[in-house]
Design a protein around this ligand. Structure first.
Ligand code: SAM
Length: 251
């Protein structure tokens, strides 16, 4: 249950600085305006902002395998895992802390973080319009029964929220071992006017070594905990990626 979850009123109300401390700088404008309206004590607390925004979201990140693989591959891009289970979120946060300490000399993993959230609610409270360049939906819970389909994290309504937070040209990556869910996700993104499926070579590569395959597709196939499990069981992995289109101009 998510009754204890809290949400920022808007992306500006999120405490991003504590998630990515090495990217935090004093927000002069906010600090000054606050010190005008507030008492002496608050004058000393500087409001912190980030030098750059989060651009990659891993929705339902689980134990963070993908995040920890992406972080060194995109060292200048901030990425956030969102996970609903408290203990799993804490595990990822703990691992982020440990990796940052171990890699203090290079500054690696400062760009990765994780928060607890139900991503089916209030996603636009976390991210501004057109902020993200990549969203990952890796091995989402399949909710097999028909009456449970509304719990799936891909639907026409949720896709509109993904479209809102994604930049035109941005990519949604999906992977699952459940063919029915693959068809469901494909169907819902393909019929949504804000998305188109990307070229096959991006998803599958050309030739036997997956040459031409997008690097993120390669990582989500091999580095997610679920991806590893499916490999061990010789299962199928279904990949589908979608590009956020430019909104048609108003007439
Ligand atoms: N993406 C990971 C991977 O590929 O290994 C984990 C996949 S696991 C099958 C699905 C994850 O999504 C679980 O960790 C679950 O707690 C999380 N989850 C399910 N519904 C969610 C929601 N509404 N918001 C955030 N996380 C959710």
């Amino acid at each position: 249950s998510d009754h204890s979850l809290t949400y920022p009123k808007s992306p500006a109300d999120m405490d991003w600085a504590s998630l990515y401390p090495t990217y935090a700088v004093e927000d002069k404008e906010q600090t000054t305006s606050r010190s005008h309206d507030n008492d002496e004590e608050e004058k000393s607390t500087a409001v912190k902002a980030l030098t750059k925004n989060v651009e990659i979201a891993d929705i339902g990140c689980g134990f963070g395998g993908l995040l920890f693989a992406l972080a060194p591959n995109f060292p200048d891009t901030l990425m956030l895992g969102l996970e609903i289970r408290t203990s799993v979120t804490e595990y990822v946060q703990e691992k982020v802390r440990a990796l940052r300490v171990q890699n203090a000399a290079t500054g690696a993993y400062q760009n990765a973080s994780c928060i607890r959230a139900n991503t089916m609610k209030f996603l636009p409270n976390f991210f501004q319009k057109a902020q993200l360049t990549k969203i990952f939906l890796c091995f989402p819970d399949p909710h097999f029964k028909q009456r449970k389909h509304k719990a799936r994290i891909v639907s026409y309504t949720l896709n509109s929220e993904y479209a809102y937070v994604l930049k035109p040209g941005a990519i949604v990556y999906t992977i699952t071992d459940v063919q029915d869910l693959h068809e469901w996700m494909k169907g819902h993104f393909e019929k949504h006017p804000s998305f188109e499926r990307v070229e096959k070579v991006f998803e599958e590569g050309e030739g036997k070594d997956g040459e031409g395959m997008d690097e993120c597709v390669r990582l989500m196939r091999s580095e997610t905990e679920e991806g590893k499990k499916v490999t061990r069981n010789n299962g199928m992995k279904y990949v589908a990626c979608f590009r956020r289109l430019v909104d048609p101009a108003w007439p």
